[in-house]
Design a protein around this ligand. Structure first.
Ligand code: C5P
Length: 406
C-alpha cells in the first residue's frame, strides 16, 4: 500500500485528537495523508500538530488564494485514493448527504471522484436522531463507506453509540477501502440469499416474516464492488438489484433452494435470507373460506434448510466459505454458536432481532457478532451498508488466505 494516500477531513468533535494517532498509524502502514481541518476541527487540534504528522500543508479555507495557487480544492479532492472524514460530525454528514459545498471540507467531498469513508462521532441522541439516520441512509445509497461509531462513554457524560471508532479500526477500514479499488474478489463466484420467503396457503394468503432483505442486498452489492461475480437469490422484497449483481427472484423456500443450487459452484455462500422454516402442508388453488373453518387449523410441514444443505455438500462441491445468519431474540451468541456447529457453516453471523436490538428486522442498523472456528468478534452497531462493506472485506481476506479454488 506504500503508494496509496488519503485525504483526511477532520471535523469538529472532541474525538478530533484521535486523528493524530490515525495519521501516525497510516504512516506506519505506508499510507500517506493530506489533511483538511474544518474551522470547528481547528478548535480541537491545531494545524501545526496535524501538519507535523502529515508532513504537508494543512488545508483549512475554501477561499485561500495561496493554497489555490499551490493546489486547487478540486485537485486536492482528487489527488488521493480515498477521502476519509474523521470525525464525521452530524453536521458534516448532513452537508454531504445534501450536497452542500459552502466550505473546503464539504466542497472536497462533493468534488472528489474517489470513494468517501466516514467515521462518525457525535452525541448518542444526535446519532440516533431520525435526521442523522436519514442522512446516513442517503450517503449509503450514494455509495459512501462507514466505520463505527462505537458504543461507550462519551465526553458529554452520556453512554451509547457515537464514539469515534478506534484509530486501528479506522486504519483497517481504510485498508479495506483501498484494496477495494484493487477489486480483490475479481473472478470469484459468490452466492447470497436475501429476504423472506412467502409460503402460499391459497391464492391470496401466505406465511412469511418481516425480513426486508436490506442486509443481504447490501452484502451482495459490497461483494460485487470488490469484483465478485455475485448471484443474489432473493425472496419477495421491495428493493432493486444492486449494481453488477445477477438477481434471481423467488417466492418459496423450495424455489430458493433450487435457485441456490443452480448458482453453484461458488467459492463463498452468504445465506442471509430469513427462510420460512415451515410451509402450509396443503396449498389450495381456491381461496379458503373462513366460514367453513378452513383457517382455524393450518397443518404445517418443514421446509428444506438451504444453508444446511449447501454446507453439507461433499468436498469439492461445498463452497469453501459458508456463512450463515442467526437472528435471535435471546441468548443470541450462545444459540448462534450451536447453530454454527449443527449447520456446518464456517462463520455464523449472529444478530439480536429483539425490540432492544436496534429493530434489526426491516431497520437500517445492525449490530453483529461473527462466530468462526477461532472465536467471536463483535462489531459495534452500524448502518447495514457499513456491515456489508466490512463483511465483504473480511470475506475477501479469508478467500485470499484460502487461495483460489478454481
Ligand atoms: O435456524 P435458523 O433459521 O435461525 O438459521 C438461520 C440461517 O439458516 C440463515 O443463514 C438462513 O438463511 C438459513 N436457513 C436456510 N434455510 C432454512 C432456514 C434457515 O438457509 N430453511
Amino acid at each position: 500500500m506504500s503508494d496509496r494516500s488519503v485525504l483526511l477531513i477532520i471535523g469538529g468533535g472532541v474525538a478530533a485528537y484521535k486523528c493524530l494517532e490515525l495519521i501516525r498509524l497510516l504512516a506506519k502502514r505506508g499510507i500517506g495523508a493530506r489533511a483538511i481541518l474544518t474551522r470547528a476541527g481547528a478548535e480541537f487540534v491545531t494545524p501545526l500538530s496535524v501538519g507535523a504528522l502529515t508532513g504537508d500543508k494543512v488545508y483549512t479555507e475554501l477561499f485561500d488564494l495561496t493554497a489555490e495557487a499551490e493546489m486547487g480544492h478540486i485537485e486536492l479532492s482528487r489527488s488521493v485514493d480515498l477521502v476519509v472524514v474523521a470525525p464525521a460530525t452530524a453536521d458534516l454528514l448532513a452537508k454531504a448527504a445534501n450536497g452542500h459545498a459552502n466550505d473546503l471540507a464539504s466542497t472536497a467531498i462533493l468534488a472528489t471522484d474517489k470513494p468517501v469513508l466516514y467515521a462518525p462521532a457525535m452525541n448518542v441522541r444526535m446519532w440516533e436522531h431520525k435526521a442523522t439516520q436519514r442522512n446516513l441512509r442517503q450517503l449509503g445509497d450514494d455509495g459512501a463507506l462507514f466505520v463505527g461509531p462505537d458504543e461507550g462513554d462519551m465526553a458529554c457524560g452520556e453512554f451509547g453509540h457515537g464514539r469515534l471508532a478506534e484509530p486501528p479500526v479506522i486504519v483497517e477500514a481504510i485498508e479495506a477501502a483501498l484494496s477495494g479499488g484493487a477489486r480483490p474478489l475479481t473472478g470469484r463466484r459468490v452466492l447470497v440469499t436475501a429476504g423472506p420467503t412467502h409460503e402460499p396457503l391459497d391464492p391470496v394468503r401466505y406465511v412469511a416474516n418481516r425480513s426486508s432483505g436490506k442486509q443481504g442486498y447490501a452484502i451482495a452489492g459490497a461483494l460485487a464492488r470488490l469484483g465478485a461475480d455475485v448471484t443474489l437469490v432473493s425472496g419477495p422484497v421491495a428493493l432493486d438489484a444492486p449494481a453488477g449483481v445477477s438477481l434471481a427472484r423467488v417466492e418459496t423456500a423450495r424455489e430458493m433452494l433450487a435457485a441456490s443450487e443452480a448458482a453453484l459452484p461458488v467459492e463463498c455462500a452468504v445465506m442471509c435470507a430469513a427462510v420460512s422454516d415451515y410451509r402450509p402442508e396443503i396449498e389450495t388453488s381456491h381461496k379458503i373460506k373462513k366460514d367453513r373453518g378452513g383457517l382455524t387449523n393450518i397443518p404445517l410441514t418443514e421446509n428444506p434448510d438451504i444453508l444446511q444443505t449447501i454446507a453439507h455438500l461433499p468436498e469439492g462441491e461445498r463452497p469453501r466459505l459458508v456463512i450463515g445468519f442467526a437472528a435471535e431474540t435471546d441468548d443470541v451468541v450462545a444459540y448462534a454458536r450451536t447453530k454454527r456447529e449443527r449447520k456446518n457453516c464456517d462463520w455464523m453471523v449472529a444478530n439480536d432481532v429483539s425490540e432492544a436490538g436496534h429493530g434489526v428486522m426491516g431497520g437500517d442498523v445492525n449490530e453483529i457478532t461473527i462466530i468462526d472456528g477461532e472465536g467471536e468478534e463483535t462489531w459495534p452497531a452500524m448502518p447495514k451498508e457499513a456491515v456489508a462493506a466490512r463483511l465483504a472485506a473480511r470475506i475477501a481476506d479469508a478467500l485470499g488466505q484460502k487461495g483460489r479454488q478454481t
